[in-house]
Write a protein that binds this ligand. Structure first.
Ligand SMILES: [Zn+2]
Length: 660
């Protein structure tokens, strides 16, 4: 039986290991006149003379501007802020929206910063910020970044400038990987087991951490490549930012330590190493398990990712379940109500802090209202009969909200978020029966191109539209030519050029990355990673068997499995867990705490060994031969079941049709 990974969690985004680069069909182009004009106009539309953000992003910097290059154990560079220095220079960049350029330059500020007395942050060492609170004898670390390598480097910066002291607690503000998966760069599992370090997280944290990527993980990772652009080269015609920070590390060593302390309710307090903390649970907002933290004695408020210096997304473009805008807005207001008058600074999971009660109130109230406005106005328009595309086109934040830099479209866009609200309440269908069951992309595209008089004529007209600067329309229409015939190089190059100009004009870092990565794949095809990344063992250890078997069911190839039936008893001897797995009707079901008589196969093994098989460290067959897995019945039946499970390829096409 060959190695099979059950899933590839998002945290296993080891994206540096790529196949040799094919000959480039074309380099990214320069800004067209239309793009130059559009970007120049932005300079007139927004309050660029307001420099408060630059003062805030630099305030309290302790560490000198160190090399800002982080290497992994193998010596490979996984993080390098030097690649973004081009943003700091004078003068506009014609190929970058000036508003995004501003945000990207702010996110270039990196190092160790003092937020207020006893509160510090390492910023610009990963996508997220690492927070440090100094207690009586040691440190409390908030959110240990995405990767062990970047977290370790951040802590070295802390130790160098604040002194080498023990870490007393690690807090995970929420269940997204950029806030927990570097934990072993900060503390070891042994220290936690020995009771020397507490790990604190909101209720439901572990379930959300392990559950987030089980079912749709492969599709999410592929889309995350588009969203964060870690494979794009940084540069004026490449990646400049990810909105919340620069990008993801180029390769990720992920880790997980299960929490020792769970925050179960708002108002719950803890005092650790002499530092008092009051928690506010914000479940179902930016993340399903989530919390804010108030430090009353330090007069500081940590808002996790619930508030950042960008419009956050109500539905992440990499794919996720849609978020609740109304709840999100309400929790921000609750934080302001509870903690606003006793806070002098607010610091957050990405981007820089804000000081002074007036600034805090303005920031929190206007972020809350941005989400509430999008929520309420989307539903108002939907109730008037407008469809998602129409609402996304029409909706604009009022000037009092849109005029704040922290509400700009760097991470999501207002229109994108409106579509998310529509989806939350009404789903993907807009009610028009013509949209219920249209021809799928390839079949439809062939018809469109035929009706438009063939590929050549369509491209000639599209080129004329391109020359008029109508990139949005060109991208829409040439997509049909590409999907009708992906071998049409002229179509692919024109489509790439149109997406690229859209990217150059985009205020959103995320959609700039989508456009530019799409352009690259149209020109060069999909670059396959060298090898699949072994999923992190820590995550597998924390995965309940129920989730593992559910994940297996998602991999079952229905058409292949049709007409077959079999039953397997599983007994995990070290944890004494029993499961029955049964295939019938091309569906894989499982039942916990059961064994059935007359099963095709009954296997006995340890959960630890099962984890090693799932993470590809060993194979089922090898351990059967070694006698470490024993069975009764037919092992061939189990083999038959495993042969019906699909493996997912991370290199599937997105901007061109799937290969047949
Ligand atoms: Zn985050």
């Amino acid at each position: 039986m060959k190695k099979r990974y059950l899933l590839l969690p998002l945290v296993a985004l080891a994206l540096a290991a790529l196949a040799p680069v094919p000959v480039r069909a074309a380099e990214p182009g320069e800004a067209t006149e239309a793009t130059r004009q559009a970007n120049a106009a932005v300079l007139q539309q927004l309050p660029f003379p307001d420099n408060q953000d630059f003062a805030d992003a630099a305030r309290g910097r302790i560490a000198p501007d160190e090399a800002a290059m982080i290497r992994n154990a193998a010596g490979q560079v996984v993080w390098d802020m030097n690649r973004y220095k081009f943003l700091n220079g004078p003068g506009p960049l014609e190929t970058v929206n000036p508003s995004l350029r501003r945000q990207a330059t702010l996110n270039n500020q990196h190092g160790l910063f003092q937020v207020t007395e006893n509160v510090y942050q390492v910023r610009g060492h990963d996508l997220a910020n690492l927070g440090v609170i100094t207690g009586h004898t040691g440190y409390i670390v908030i959110d240990p970044l995405t990767s062990v390598d970047t977290a370790r480097a951040a802590m070295e910066l802390v130790y160098t400038h604040l002194g080498r002291k023990p870490v007393r607690a690690v807090i995970h503000s929420h269940s997204h990987a950029d806030h927990w998966s570097g934990v072993k760069g900060v503390v070891s599992a042994e220290e936690v087991r020995a009771g020397r370090v507490r790990v604190i997280a909101p209720a439901g944290f572990l379930e959300e951490v392990v559950g987030e990527n089980v079912f749709a993980g492969n599709a999410m990772i592929r889309r995350a490549q588009y969203m964060y652009g870690p494979l794009l080269t940084p540069g004026p015609r490449g990646q400049v930012d990810a909105g919340l920070g620069k990008s993801l590390p180029r390769s990720v060593v992920s880790s997980l330590i299960p929490p020792t302390d769970s925050v179960e309710r708002t108002g719950q307090t803890m005092t650790i190493d002499g530092v008092k903390m009051v928690f506010q649970l914000t479940a179902g907002t930016e993340a399903p398990a989530n919390m804010n933290i108030h430090f009353p004695e330090l007069r500081a408020l940590f808002m996790a990712d619930n508030c950042v210096a960008a419009l956050h997304n109500l539905l992440t473009p990499r794919g996720s379940q849609v978020r609740n805008a109304r709840a999100w807005s309400g929790f921000i207001r609750e934080a302001l109500e509870r903690f606003g008058e006793t806070s002098e600074v607010v610091f957050v999971g990405h981007t820089w802090p804000r000081w002074g009660q007036e600034n805090i109130a303005r920031f929190l109230r206007k972020q809350a209202d941005a989400y509430k406005y999008i929520h309420d106005q989307t539903l108002r328009l939907a109730n008037h009969g407008h469809t998602p595309a129409e609402i996304a086109e029409a909706i604009r934040l009022p000037e009092s909200l849109a005029g704040e830099w922290f509400n700009r479209d760097y991470y999501a866009t207002v229109g994108w978020n409106a579509r998310a609200v529509y989806q939350h309440y009404l789903g993907w269908f807009d009610g028009n029966p013509a949209h219920f069951n249209p021809l799928p992309p390839v079949a439809a595209s062939r018809k469109y191109v035929e009706f438009l008089g063939g590929a050549e004529q369509t491209l000639a007209r599209a080129q004329a539209a391109f020359d008029r600067g109508e990139y949005r329309w060109v991208a829409q229409v040439v997509n049909h030519v590409v999907f009708a015939d992906p071998g049409n190089e002229a179509a692919r190059l024109l489509q790439a050029a149109a997406l690229e100009q859209r990217g150059y004009q985009s205020e959103s870092a995320v959609f700039r990355n989508f456009y530019l990565f799409g352009a690259r794949e149209l020109r060069e095809g999909v670059r396959q990673p060298f090898a699949k990344v072994p999923p992190p063992a820590d995550v597998y250890e924390a995965l309940p068997l129920d989730l593992i078997f559910n994940g297996m069911a998602v991999r079952l190839n229905g058409p292949k499995a049709a007409g077959r039936s079999l039953t397997v008893n599983w007994h995990f001897t070290d944890t004494d867990e029993r499961y029955v797995l049964s295939l019938e009707n091309a569906v894989l079901n499982h039942a916990a705490g059961k064994q059935v008589p007359g099963a095709d196969c009954s296997v006995r093994l340890t959960r630890a060994l099962f984890n090693d098989i799932l993470t590809g460290k060993t194979t089922f067959l090898a351990r059967v031969l070694l006698g470490q897995i024993t069975y009764e019945g037919s092992i061939l039946k189990l083999n038959e079941l495993m042969s019906l499970l699909d493996e997912f390829d991370l290199g599937f096409n997105v901007v061109t049709p799937l290969e047949k």
